[in-house]
Design a protein around this ligand. Structure first.
Ligand SMILES: [Zn+2]
Length: 157
């Protein structure tokens, strides 16, 4: 890698730097380049991504939350796809995808749920029933307005 300022060769350096993530401060190694000539320091997008991932992993450790690898492991043991697990947990789409890629840190409630599912896979059936019930209730709720075909019903009638 050559210096972005003067074009001379730059060397990759790793230094532990403090980083803030929400309320937490963690210290993780950060890789960056330093020019051998003008001493300019710069970070490549790849180094930045790795650093952000490392910071989030450190925050997970600090809170005692499952690592992205561990989440993927649990999901695979349950034989679920990412979107199936999102459905079962009632998260939005692409949420498990982001947990497993390390982009987003799961909250404590979801972390507990994942650990519960790992210890007692039969909970999966209960969660599926809850999701089913929920969609039935949603349909019921949606029916009256579509049945009246745009005509508003007087609630007090
Ligand atoms: Zn330079």
């Amino acid at each position: 890698m050559n210096c972005v300022i003067c074009g001379e060769p730059a060397v990759e350096i790793k230094e532990v730097k403090p980083a803030r993530y929400r309320a937490e401060t963690v210290e993780v190694p950060k890789a960056f380049f330093r020019c051998g000539s003008c001493k300019e320091e710069f970070v490549t997008p790849e180094q930045m991504r790795a650093y952000v991932r490392a910071v989030k992993n450190e925050v997970r450790k600090k809170y005692g939350l499952l690592s992205p690898e561990k989440i993927a492991e649990i999901r695979q043991r349950l034989r679920l796809t990412q979107s199936e697990l999102e459905n079962v947990l009632g998260t939005g789409p692409k949420v498990v995808v982001r947990w497993e890629s390390g982009k987003v840190i799961q909250g404590g409630g979801h972390d507990n749920m994942l650990r519960l599912l790992d210890r007692q896979p039969s909970i999966l059936n209960s969660l599926r029933q809850i999701q089913e019930l929920r969609s039935v209730e949603k349909d019921k709720h949606a029916e009256p307005s579509s049945a009246t075909d745009g005509h508003r019903q007087d609630v007090n009638a």
